[in-house]
Design a protein around this ligand. Structure first.
Ligand SMILES: [Zn+2]
Length: 261
């Protein structure tokens, strides 16, 4: 039943603004082995660094010569990094991709040909684009980031208030059990279903994110939610399903500015 994608870059079911590209990766194809088997893109999970480097090279190659992927050290905070080509050139030197040494959970850019990469295995990847294709952002949204206002912090970076959002594969309410300490951090009445023991809840990261985007002024029609559970779908890495495991990616980039060209 396992499908083997021939391409590393999986197109999204999301109507993108002209001049914007976006994709996800899956577990395969890729060169990591064992627990990380496939296209693990995370350097922080205990995998062989050489295998991760080769996987990242594969992703770089799939993006072509012009588009350069940029990775960050994700820390479940809500720090937003705005990258521009100068920063990129400084950090990148001659490599085919770069891992900015900064700790952050959001990348934002107005520059072309920089692919903002978010690595996940159950946390929610959120991609945002201005409808004129001039600004994009990628968010690593776990419960901590969502509770700390990571979406609001990201939206503050945008000049445009005409945005479209994509909520990617993440652990779903079918498998994401959290306790009262997490529940108490949110006001949502629809993102949590009681487990019946007065202590635990099944949480939907996607529902929380969607509510926060609506609250911030996006229209329902501007939010695309994949509603794909990473625990249920073995095409994706899932931390809750597997414990130590790899990370897949969601990424977005600007290819050219279209609005008034
Ligand atoms: Zn599930």
């Amino acid at each position: 039943m396992k499908k083997l994608p021939t391409s590393i870059l999986q197109p999204l079911d999301w109507l993108l603004p002209a001049g914007v590209g976006a994709a996800t990766t899956l577990r395969s194809p890729g060169l990591s082995e064992g627990k990380f088997a496939g296209l693990n893109l995370g350097t922080h999970v205990g995998d062989d660094p050489q295998a991760v480097e080769q996987n990242r090279q594969m992703l770089s190659a799939a993006l072509g010569d012009r588009v350069m992927p940029v990775y960050i050290n994700q820390v479940h905070g809500c720090n937003v990094i705005e990258i521009n080509s100068d920063d990129y050139r400084k950090a990148c030197l001659q490599t085919a991709h770069t891992n900015l040494s900064s700790d952050a959970d959001v990348l934002y850019t107005r520059d072309q040909n920089l692919a903002l990469v978010i690595q996940v295995a159950d946390c929610l990847p959120i991609l945002l684009a201005d409808k004129n294709g001039r600004e994009v952002a990628a968010i690593h949204a776990g419960w901590r980031g969502l509770a700390a206002g990571i979406i609001r912090h990201t939206l503050e970076k945008f000049e445009s208030n005409s945005l479209t959002a994509w909520l990617g594969p993440a652990i779903g309410p079918c498998h994401y059990e959290v306790d009262n300490a997490v529940y108490d951090r949110f006001t949502s009445t629809t993102a949590f279903k009681p487990c019946g023991d007065n202590v635990h809840w099944m949480m939907s990261l996607e529902t929380v994110a969607k509510e926060q985007l609506l609250e911030a002024g996006l229209d329902e029609s501007d939010i695309v939610a994949t509603s794909t559970c990473t625990y249920c779908h073995e095409d994706y890495f899932s931390y809750r399903r597997e414990g130590q495991t790899g990370r897949f990616a969601a990424l977005i980039w600007i290819t050219s500015n279209q609005a008034s060209d």
